[in-house]
Design a protein around this ligand. Structure first.
Ligand SMILES: [Zn+2]
Ligand SMILES: [Zn+2]
Ligand SMILES: [Zn+2]
Length: 319
């Protein structure tokens, strides 16, 4: 399988790239989900090859995945700044409401929505309201997108509402039976949420002949599924939860913040195995040493106490 990932550079060449961190984290997820023992990475930008190697070491530290990076000799100067931009007319999140035939003015539609939400006691869910260039109404909501959408579409005649949400959330579905396929699960999730924007990214065997799945959805749909928590798929009930997101700084290697907010020591040029400079962990002959704990283990492995603490915090912070 081949994936192509475009990475946005950091603000200047000495800045760690947040986008590289996110892309590498995604790559790790995919590799773990697919039970990979090795990965081949072809890197187009020779100038940032050290940054890539360092980031890979940091992210893949607690896995057994062997990584091979190949960088071309001459740089083809890819235009990394040429990124796909979102249509400015399209809101990034919110409930877009329009009425068929446009027989209502914007103000009339807004009045209708306000009345119906007030009757339903859902007025406090609204954060803000605005009008798009196309004349549609965008409601930005704190929560309850599904609920508000159904109030609007059911109560106001000839009105359409659709949830727009470009925020991506990763969910884990556990305790699926051994025979459910990714297609069946996806169909079930889409039927449950009434939303096409739910994708099963991978399935893997789990404890006791069950399966676990990784699912990507927009934040509103993810929230809805987590609220249900338990979902009948085929013969069995399975459990939906958010992926624990342990954010790790690839500049100082500690947890709880990201590199762009880092005030810790810059360890980007250090070896991930022993904490010394001048070589990478793959080539390291020294015994493992963790500069975070000042103990004899590799930074970021399971025995590392800051890692355990960050994991507990992530678990407690789950919405
Ligand atoms: Zn840091
Ligand atoms: Zn070393
Ligand atoms: Zn440690």
């Amino acid at each position: 399988m081949v994936y192509q990932i475009t990475v946005e550079p950091g603000k200047d060449s000495n800045e760690p790239s947040e986008s590289l961190y996110n892309a590498t984290t995604l790559l790790k997820e995919l590799a773990i989900d697919q039970n990979r023992s090795n990965l081949m990475i072809a890197h187009a930008n020779a100038q940032r090859s050290l940054e890539l190697r360092k980031t890979l070491e940091c992210i893949f530290a607690n896995t057994n995945i062997a990584i091979q990076v190949s960088t071309p000799q001459r740089q083809p100067a890819p235009n990394t700044r040429q990124l796909k931009r979102k249509d400015p007319k399209e809101p990034s999140t919110g409930l877009v409401v329009s009425c068929e035939g446009k027989e209502k003015t914007y103000a009339e539609l807004l009045m209708d929505i306000k009345n119906k939400l007030q009757v339903a006691g859902a007025l406090d869910k609204v954060n803000s309201v605005r009008k798009t260039k196309a004349g549609d109404l965008v409601l930005s909501l704190k929560e309850g997108e599904m609920e508000v959408k159904s109030i609007i579409t059911e109560e106001i005649e000839r009105t359409n509402a659709r949830i727009v949400d470009h925020r991506r959330t990763i969910l884990h579905v556990k305790q699926l039976d051994a025979i459910t396929t990714a297609e069946e699960l996806q169909e079930r999730l889409r039927a449950e949420t009434g939303n096409e924007d739910v994708t099963v990214r991978s399935m893997r065997p789990a404890y006791g002949e069950t399966q676990s799945a990784t699912v990507e959805a927009n934040e509103a749909t993810a929230k809805h599924l987590c609220k249900i928590g338990r979902l009948k798929v085929g013969m069995v009930y399975c459990f939906v939860s958010r992926r624990l997101d342990v954010r790790r700084c690839h500049r100082c290697w500690s947890y709880g913040h990201i590199a762009s907010n880092c005030r810790g020591e810059d360890r980007r040029n250090k070896c991930y195995n022993c904490g010394h400079e001048g070589h990478i962990a793959n080539a390291c002959k020294n015994p493992a040493y963790c500069p975070l704990c000042k103990e004899d283990h590799r930074a970021g492995t399971g025995v590392c106490r800051p890692f355990g603490k960050a994991l507990r915090q992530a678990r407690n912070a789950q919405p």
